[in-house]
Design a protein around this ligand. Structure first.
Ligand code: ADP
Length: 649
């Protein structure tokens, strides 16, 4: 990691923020303002992470403990100073930590975040905060000055102060106890956060299930007792101070399902996912037998915007006997289930090993298998029993789930039942499973057909569909980027081969009458085909009349053995050099254009016009399959000339 804060003055205490921090601070303080109460959630969550960290490390190094104090987060409002302090006895930060973590944005994807917020029409977009975890900087939504005082075990105390504008100061300080305290000098309009009620409600709303007690000292009136032993409200009360825990501090996943309310599940979900919406589905269960663990998993209602970026690859939170081990344990779930949030707590894993070793633990593999099974069976039930909800889920996460077909051979059968595709017969936003496709197949149809294209419109307009349309046959549309990766896995379903429309038996067979017509035409106009092939030279493999086109004049087909156009295009976009696979140019023998072409051929096969027409036909075929023209300008010029000529004639 590079230290990105730069020294501004010779005294070793004053630092300028980097530009991206300034931009982010500006956005956080101004754009996300209506959700400013999340600052408390973010600071509590940092405090809790810091406690987790030192608690975990102290398992192997007891010196880190320094004292035996209870793990806790303390919140202290100070009415006189107008400050709110969030204090923890976690790991604390060294001087370098402060510069690297608090003075800089070292996280990848931050620029992305800034750009997204700027782009987003809705400037005030809380989902984005959740996704990128603005974290500590959210303090500046409510404070015009923030002081961080912190010390690591056995280390020196450091004080960081900033007004959240361009710079921060960093100096040594005297700090007795290990940990961190963040002192927020509240803005005038945010002084409400000094009220016990507001603090209590905000903690309950966002941080109720934080594992450690979040404590606050509260003052209550205590009345003297009257002669019957009841409070005497007429007497002058005494002010009594006591410390109260504001959160439930219980591990929700350890409690019996029957005792957990929907709101509790939902609020725990929001706490761990930083999502503002309720989850779509909650899965809570205990595994017994070979591996014992408890799992609480959630399917979100909406996909985060960065679901396809590597930053979105998270994982579950892992606990061992209620001791937090790590966030984002990638070994617990495969990438294609990366949208799942949740917690796994196992009593069967060894506690005193490093997180790195734990990542390779074979027992984690077993838990992974168990979680995947549970998730896939939950999705199956959802699909069968709550199809509307499954459709919503699929619209959000279907593209991600499909990746499983490429990566998870063991669960291929199950995934084949879960994936769905748009088809030539579904409306936009709807999908069909392979089973439903097969159930709707024509009596004599023996194969499942698909067409791959860049998008829905291109797929539906492809000349390759003409024959299938004329026979009212349904075709699956493979229009997601991920489809090309999974196609090699989609070889058959329910004993029926899955074939591309360009290679399917139907298309090879064509329409009987048209096929006959094509053959006759080929005999009759054999010389024309040879001349066209000669003109196009090495660009194509063969020219033939086809029995499957009903409307279009021409199309290009891949040899069964060759990669299709989409695949080649994708490989090229990934920077792979791809030779153009040679295509077959198919002509529609019943199209009037062929008569025109033949007329020109018979008049003079060496004429410039015949050559131009052949070129235009080929370019049309290229366009309809979604390929780029080598010379689009030349094509446009020729078409324009023809239009002018046609009008003059
Ligand atoms: P995030 O928590 O998403 O990493 P933050 O901006 O909130 O982002 O915090 C940046 C980093 O600063 C944390 O990852 C952690 O290393 C450090 N940090 C923040 N608060 C504390 C704290 N209370 N104790 C120890 N370290 C902290």
């Amino acid at each position: 990691m590079t230290t990105s804060a730069s020294k501004a003055k010779s005294k070793n205490t004053h630092y300028e923020f980097k530009t991206d921090v300034k931009q982010l601070l500006d956005l956080v303080t101004h754009s996300l303002y209506s959700h400013k109460d999340i600052f408390l959630r973010e600071l509590i969550s940092n405090a809790s992470d810091a406690i987790d960290k030192v608690r975990f490390e102290s398992l192997t190094n007891a010196d880190l403990l320094e004292d035996n104090s209870e793990w806790q987060v303390e919140i202290t409002p100070d009415e006189k100073e107008k400050t709110l302090t969030i204090k923890d006895n976690g790991c604390g930060m060294s001087r370098e930590d402060l510069i690297d973590h608090i003075g800089t944005i070292a996280k990848s994807g931050t620029q992305d975040f800034i750009d997204k917020i700027k782009e987003s029409k809705k400037q005030d977009n809380p989902d984005l905060i959740g996704q990128f975890g603005v974290g500590f900087y959210s303090s500046f939504m409510v404070a015009d000055k923030v002081t961080v005082r912190t010390r690591t075990a056995g280390g020196t105390g450091w004080q960081w102060v900033s007004t959240g504008e361009a710079s921060f100061d960093l100096d040594e300080c005297d700090k007795q106890d290990r940990g961190t305290e963040v002192v927020l000098h509240l803005k005038e309009e945010c002084e409400d956060y000094l009220q016990e009620y507001t603090i209590r409600e905000t903690v309950k709303k966002y941080s109720n299930f934080v594992e450690f007690p979040i404590c606050m000292e509260v003052e209550r009136n205590e009345y003297p007792k009257d002669k019957d032993g009841n409070d005497d409200y007429k007497a002058e009360p005494k002010k009594v101070k006591s410390t109260e825990t504001l959160n439930s501090a219980e591990a929700i996943w350890m409690q019996p399902k029957s005792e957990i309310k929907k709101e509790d599940y939902s609020s725990f979900y929001k706490q761990i996912s930083h999502d503002f919406q309720d989850p779509m589905e909650t899965i809570h269960y205990s595994a017994e037998g070979a591996m014992e663990y408890k799992a609480l998993m959630y399917l979100p209602s909406k996909a985060p915007q960065n679901i396809f970026s590597p930053d979105s690859i998270k994982g579950m939170h892992l606990y061992i006997n209620r001791v937090f081990i790590m966030n984002d344990c990638k070994k617990l779930l495969p990438e294609y289930l990366r949208f799942v949030n949740g917690v796994v707590d196992s009593s069967d894993l060894p506690l005193n090993v490093s997180r790195e070793i734990l990542q390779d633990n074979p027992q984690l593999e077993k838990i992974n298998k168990g979680l995947v099974n549970k998730l896939l069976s939950t999705l199956k039930t959802m699909k069968n029993k709550k199809p509307e909800e499954y459709l919503k889920f699929y619209n959000e996460f279907g593209m991600v789930l499909k990746e499983g077909l490429h990566y998870d051979q063991d669960n291929k059968e199950k995934l084949m039942e879960l994936v769905m595709f748009p088809t030539t017969k579904t409306a936009e936003g709807e999908f069909k499973s392979l089973k439903d496709y097969v159930d709707g197949m024509k009596k004599n149809q023996k194969e499942i057909y698909y067409i791959s294209a860049e998008n829905r419109a291109k797929a539906l307009n492809s000349p390759h569909l003409e024959l299938y349309k004329s026979k009212n046959m349904e075709v699956l549309l493979m229009i997601d980027n991920v489809d090309e990766y999974i196609l090699p896995q989609l070889t058959e379903y329910d004993k029926k081969p899955i074939k591309s429309v360009t290679a399917g038996a139907e298309s090879l067979k064509g329409n009987k009458e048209k096929e006959k017509a094509a053959k006759e035409k080929a005999k009759e106009l054999g010389d024309l085909l040879t001349a066209v092939k000669e003109k196009l030279g090495d660009d194509i493999k063969e020219v033939k009349f086809s029995g499957k086109l009903t409307e279009s004049a021409c199309c290009l087909t891949a040899d069964d053995s060759e990669m299709n156009a989409q695949m080649a295009q994708m490989m090229r976009s990934m920077g792979q050099a791809m030779p153009d696979p040679k295509k077959i140019l198919e002509l529609n023998p019943t199209h009037p254009l062929i008569d025109v072409l033949n007329g020109l051929f018979e008049a003079d096969k060496d004429s410039e016009q015949f050559g131009e027409y052949v070129g235009l036909i080929y370019e049309q075929a290229l366009l309809t399959e979604g390929s780029q023209l080598k010379d689009p300008l030349g094509f446009a010029k020729k078409v324009s000339e023809l239009m002018v000529k046609a009008q003059k004639a």
